[in-house]
Design a protein around this ligand. Sequence first.
Ligand code: GAR
Length: 200
Amino acid sequence: MVNIAVLTSGGGTNLEAILNAEERGDIKSGKVQIVIADRAGCYSLVRAENHKKKNLLLNRKELGRKEFEKRLVETLICEKIDLIVLAGFLSILSEDFTEFYRDRIINIHPSLIPSFSGEGYYGLKVHEAALKRGVKVTGATVHLVNEIPDGGKILFQKAVEVKDGDTPEALQKRVMEEAEWIILPMAVEYMADKIDKERV
Ligand code: GAR
């Protein structure tokens, strides 16, 4: 069994999709061991609590980037974490961190990378940019995390249609429902199975 940590910064609907998939038995090679939030007031911690998952707030603003990462690594080692899932996690991790956990961190991004990705593209901003450019198709991507924001190897992508009259909020909802909540649990099981097999 692969030990998984989910890192979040907000509402946690992607976390919810992972926890539901685990409960349905769709994630069978790994187990969510801990949910960590990087800022106060994240509803993701309530979701973790509802699913009886260990959860922790590491307030990045209060701790500062260095101390935040130090405590994060201490926690991940203590929990024997093999796979880190960034599910709506909005802090940028240092190169030291991404190197230490090379090929062990995945992220969900709400566009078809390389469109609307990289520094400054997160949350609703991604959908605002897609609508401004007038694309007819957008989607979501799960990728490995390296030192380049949204620059790691692409694992899964799913396209979603942009409709006339879409607002950023309407498009965000459709991308979540039709792409993110499907490909993120799939990618978690894919990676957990891969890591599990590499160990034997
Ligand atoms: C999701 O749309 C996720 O793809 C995005 O933030 C939202 C978080 O929602 N992540 C990024 O933009 C990362 N660059 P959630 O907290 O409900 O899962």
